[in-house]
Design a protein around this ligand. Structure first.
Ligand code: FPP
Length: 256
């Protein structure tokens, strides 16, 4: 008789353990362009639809009890795209916050942004700052947009900040630790929740694209084939179910 190893069936979204919802979920929202191309639409139509998905997934994550949802909206490398597309992407936060802040407030969601805001168009900066101010009193989920964000840029800036502290005599080189490093990163305001528990990337690509290289050191990665505009609350639940089927060891042993 041949004994084959029983495979654990993939957990389904309907079997979610509500006591083990990942506190910080980060998403690389990929595939807007391919979604549009498949429909013979201009690429920006994919971004427009992607914005609607952001709204749906924000509410779904908040309803599930996620504490931080970080979304990679624009990278430091995305400036290389054609100017019409860049301009459209810079307008998206304006369209998004102009219509969605009341829903965010209703759902007690606080907006945060990480990335080099100073390089964004003035109107984009203004709407982002207003959304942060208008939701500052919200105590529920943090919706953290990575906007003109790049992890290497973040690490370079953190290194420069620590070097300045050393030069000023406020810090000894041997006092630089994982903690001082984390405190110099753009996720520092998130405190204990800075590191994502779960990273999702849509559209079948399996790479990090300069996203949260430090913070993702022990995160679980879930790659899904759906393009971002097709992603929804059910897809989020399914990704969380997959997360719940993983055994996180953080470098230790399974049953420690
Ligand atoms: C990647 O798809 C997506 C982006 C670079 C932009 C992401 C932005 C959104 C989803 C909307 C953001 C909404 C707000 C509120 C700021 P891609 O264009 O690289 O797709 P492709 O790989 O299929 O070409």
């Amino acid at each position: 008789m041949v004994f084959s190893k029983a495979k654990t069936p993939a957990p389904t979204a309907s079997e979610l353990d509500m006591t083990r919802i990942p506190a910080h979920v980060a998403i690389i929202m990929d595939g807007n362009g391919r979604w549009a191309k498949a429909r013979h639409l201009p690429r920006v139509a994919g971004h427009q639809q992607g914005m609607q998905t952001v709204k749906k997934v924000t509410i779904a994550a908040s309803d599930l009890g996620v504490k931080v949802l970080t979304l990679y909206a624009f990278s430091t490398e995305n400036w290389k795209r054609p100017s019409t597309e860049v301009n459209f992407l810079m307008q998206l936060p304006i369209k998004f916050f102009d219509t969605f802040v009341p829903d965010l407030v209703k759902n007690n969601v606080r907006v945060m942004v990480m990335g080099d805001q100073a390089a964004l168009p003035a109107a984009t900066q203004a709407v982002v700052q207003k959304a942060i101010a208008d939701t500052a009193h919200c105590t529920g989920m943090v919706l953290n947009f990575a906007l003109n964000y790049g992890s290497r840029d973040e690490l370079v800036r953190a290194s420069q900040q620590l070097a300045r502290q050393v030069k000023a005599g406020d810090l000894q080189p041997e006092e630089i630790t994982a903690q001082t490093m984390a405190a110099a990163l753009m996720t520092a305001p998130l405190g204990d929740l800075a590191d994502p528990d779960l990273l999702i990337r849509t559209s079948g690509e399996e790479r990090l694209s300069n996203f949260m290289l430090w913070q993702l050191a022990y995160s679980e990665f879930v790659f899904v084939d759906q393009h971002w505009p097709d992603f929804d609350g059910e897809s989020l639940k399914q990704a969380i179910a997959t997360f719940q089927g993983r055994h996180r060891r953080f470098g230790g042993l399974k049953n420690q």
